[in-house]
Write a protein that binds this ligand. Structure first.
Ligand code: PEP
Ligand code: MG
Length: 544
């Protein structure tokens, strides 16, 4: 048994086999294709191959496990022919010029999320089936044979570090845990692990990376940050027990579904969810979030190899709004730069990217890109209750520039006869000390504030959120941060704006009472934390 100590970033336990993440081992990539007819033919060939494989498996299963058990493969064959499933894939290939592998993978995700969110246990079980058939088709498309042999087992992914785009591109159904040699707990990769509900440890060091090999067994404890390589039987049994206990605790929290976020003295608060992709919506609904408090739209750009078009973005925003059926959805505009780099933006190399041309600065520097996103957002606004939120604001003049662009986009839409909702709320992130300090000037200009505590902490305490060596100086409960939040809350309310918190601190239940006392109106957290925060709120009494 070899033990390594890192920092747990998502509290859960897992045990299983290791898969060492290799960069060249690219999973399904999104690509633009020219010849849609040829791509459809590739798809049809792959589907026929998959059908042949399934027919063979079905016949073998009939002999080995009997008709009832073999039926699942008949269902798989029917699913490959399903009209809605095929329409979705064809639409992505023909309508969006996307490669077949990506179209199949995304359709699989969408259908699986939809099935998982259903009440009926039989339909929920179909989520695994749709992923299974899709993996088989993808394996046929890429020429890697039947996907069955290498797709079924869930693995502990070990890596030096994972970029946000790499983390999102992993098939989360095959990931038991994320374990990295480097990285920091406020990094976007850690945030994604939390969003995906996957145990994760970071900062295990170089020796860990040298020690792990594909197929080795390990235990991951995301609570303590301990990673045990080659565990003995007792350690594995203890980990499995802990996992079962946690599952039970989660199930207990399920009883809070449908209950109000109300304190013992009757104070109410909204608890929303943070997402990075439409694929997270199933989890938002399953965890009973009251809305979406932060949709990090930059992941749409990060997952692409070129600028996503207005139409592509519109479809995504529309889908999010429609899925939330009238509940509030706050979409943050492009927050690229710093650790979130996109090659096709061709950004200049900067000495201090966190202080550089990022987020709103980049959008104001390249209004032609920003306008495409704003047009897509306003077009989608009629499909639900939309809030548009701007990141990294430091001054009122930035807001004036943004509003001028919004007005231009709305006028253009009117001229084109395209509807948008006048009810669309506009808000800003309070994630720079400057924004908090002038929150009295900013509040009258907007409908809401949302405090981005991840960056607010980085900029207030002068602590690079990507640097694991300074974590001990990065006290997220520092009075300076809490006072900036308090000041922003007072100024928001003075001017009729509402205020939420969408940084990771929103899920820190040690601070929930303090936030309630400040009058915070909304806490937006990873979907898996919604019920835990609700539980905390329901046990607080502000009269004492
Ligand atoms: C934040 O800074 O707190 C935030 C929510 O934005 P991000 O983590 O995406 O920078
Ligand atoms: Mg931020």
């Amino acid at each position: 048994m070899i033990k390594f100590q890192g920092k747990g970033v998502y509290g859960a336990v897992a045990s299983g086999k290791i898969s060492v993440f290799k960069r060249q081992d690219i999973q399904v990539k999104r690509e633009k294709i020219e010849d849609t007819k040829a791509e459809m033919e590739r798809l049809e060939n792959a589907k026929s191959q998959a059908m042949e494989q399934l027919q063979e498996i079905y016949e073998k299963a009939l002999v080995e496990v009997g008709e009832t058990n073999a039926q699942i493969f008949e269902i798989h064959m029917m699913m490959i022919e399903d009209e809605d499933y095929n329409d979705s894939i064809a639409e992505m290939i023909n309508g969006q010029n996307l490669n077949a592998e990506y179209a199949v993978a995304i359709t699989a995700d969408n259908f699986a999320e939809m099935f998982s969110a259903m009440d009926d246990a039989y339909m929920q079980a179909r989520a695994a089936d749709v992923r299974d058939i899709s993996n088989r088709i993808i394996a046929c498309l890429t020429g890697s044979g039947s996907s069955k042999e290498h797709s079924d087992e869930m693995m502990i992914i070990c890596a030096d570090d994972l970029a946000p785009s790499e983390t999102v591109s992993l098939d989360k159904d095959k990931v038991l845990a994320f374990v990295t040699a480097h990285g920091s707990s406020n990094s976007h990769t850690a945030i994604l692990a939390r969003n995906m509900n996957i145990p994760a440890i970071i900062g295990l060091g170089e020796k860990f990376l040298e020690a792990v090999k594909d197929g080795d067994i390990a235990v991951v404890n995301g609570f303590t940050g301990e990673f045990i390589l080659h565990p003995d039987k007792e350690t594995i049994a203890a980990a499995e027990k802990k996992r079962a206990d946690e599952l039970e605790k989660r199930q207990l929290l399920q009883k809070l579904k449908g209950k109000e976020n109300v304190t013992l003295d009757g104070t109410k608060i909204n608890i929303f969810a943070n997402i990075g992709s439409v694929d997270n919506i199933g989890s938002v609904l399953l965890n009973d979030a009251g809305g979406i408090g932060l949709f990090r739209s930059e992941f749409i750009y990060l997952e692409n190899s070129d600028y996503p078009s207005e139409e592509e973005q519109f479809r995504i925003y529309k889908r999010v709004l429609e899925s939330m059926a009238g509940k509030k959805v706050i979409i943050r505009t492009l927050d690229i730069g710093a650790d979130k780099q996109c090659d096709y933006f061709n950004l200049n190399k900067e000495d201090n990217p966190a202080l550089g041309l990022r987020a709103i600065r980049l959008c104001l520097d390249r209004p032609e890109i920003f306008e495409v996103q704003l047009r897509a957002l306003y077009r989608a606004s009629v499909y639900g209750k939309l809030g548009i939120m701007f990141p990294m604001i430091t001054s009122t003049s930035e807001l004036e520039e943004i509003f001028a662009l919004c007005d231009k986009v709305k006028k253009d839409l009117e001229a084109d006869g395209i509807e948008y909702s006048e009810e669309t709320e506009l808000g800003i992130m309070i994630e720079t000390p400057a924004a908090a300090i002038i929150s009295d000037l900013l509040a009258p200009m907007v409908d809401f504030f949302s405090v981005g505590t991840n960056d607010l902490t980085q900029y207030t305490l002068v602590c690079d959120r990507q640097n694991p060596h300074i974590e001990r100086f990065c006290d997220t409960h520092h009075e300076a941060i809490l006072r900036l939040i308090q000041m922003s809350a007072e100024n928001a309310h003075k001017h009729g704006a509402w205020i939420g918190i969408c940084g990771e601190l929103a899920a820190d239940t040690a601070l929930t009472e303090r936030f309630l006392r400040m009058g915070i109106d909304e806490l937006s957290v990873s979907p898996s934390f919604v019920l835990k925060v609700r539980d905390t709120v329901r046990n607080i009494d502000l009269r004492v």
